[in-house]
Write a protein that binds this ligand. Structure first.
Ligand code: HEC
Length: 177
């Protein structure tokens, strides 16, 4: 092989290797981009959680105030769960009412996912809000947990304990888009 063509071959090799490395790096950057959603989108998802949380909690307190006088009445939690199920079915978001006392009215409400467990343990330690960014089917989601204290005397009719004690959390999972 002539000296000049050897240079060409070497040059091509370097170019290919370099291209490969560049491609691998940019691919990794793309993968990381995918994992890290745009902060503005995350902020919008947080706003949605705040709005839903205000809506659900206002409804639960209003229903309790208006209709609940004794243990035998229908708890607002039952209606809240129906609304959560309907929203999930329509593909908007997931919301779950989770127990933080260890003695739930319904065992279904015990924390089950790693995030639910983490949220409950952090709330027991005094936090009122916990969040993480996760992924479902390759798409980013915001998981957020907000505190549910015993906000009025009626809560204690059925759940016992003093006013303001921690009863649970609402855990949201909403798409970031
Ligand atoms: C009339 C009785 C009653 C009242 C009043 C009541 N709850 Fe409940 N609560 C229940 C029942 C029953 C469930 C279980 C519902 C289910 O999952 O089917 C429940 C579930 C819950 C849960 C999920 C954990 C668990 O124990 O299963 C939380 C948190 C909760 N309620 C908070 C509240 C708050 C806050 C108030 C006051 C605004 C309140 N509840 C008032 C009966 C009541």
């Amino acid at each position: 092989m002539k000296r000049s063509s050897r240079f060409v071959v070497a040059g091509l090799l370097v170019a290919c290797l370099g291209g490969g490395v560049f491609w691998a790096l940019s691919d990794r950057a793309r993968a990381e981009d995918k994992k890290k959603p745009d902060p503005a989108q995350v902020e919008r998802a947080r706003e949605t959680v705040k709005m839903l949380d205000d809506l659900y909690k206002t409804a639960v307190v209003g229903i309790t105030q208006t209709y609940v006088e004794k243990q035998a009445d229908v708890p607002a939690a039952t209606l809240a769960k129906q609304v959560f199920a309907a929203m999930h079915k329509k593909g908007y978001h997931n919301a779950r009412l989770i127990d933080a006392t260890g003695k739930p009215k319904n065992k279904e409400n015990l924390p089950s996912t790693p995030f639910e467990k983490k949220a409950v343990s952090e709330m027991k330690a005094g936090k009122t809000y916990v969040e993480e960014i996760g992924e479902v089917d390759g798409k980013p989601v915001l998981r957020a947990a907000t505190v549910v204290p015993s906000v009025m005397k009626q809560c204690a009719y059925c759940h016992g304990g003093k006013e303001n004690r921690l009863l649970g959390t609402i855990v949201y999972e909403i798409p970031i888009k």
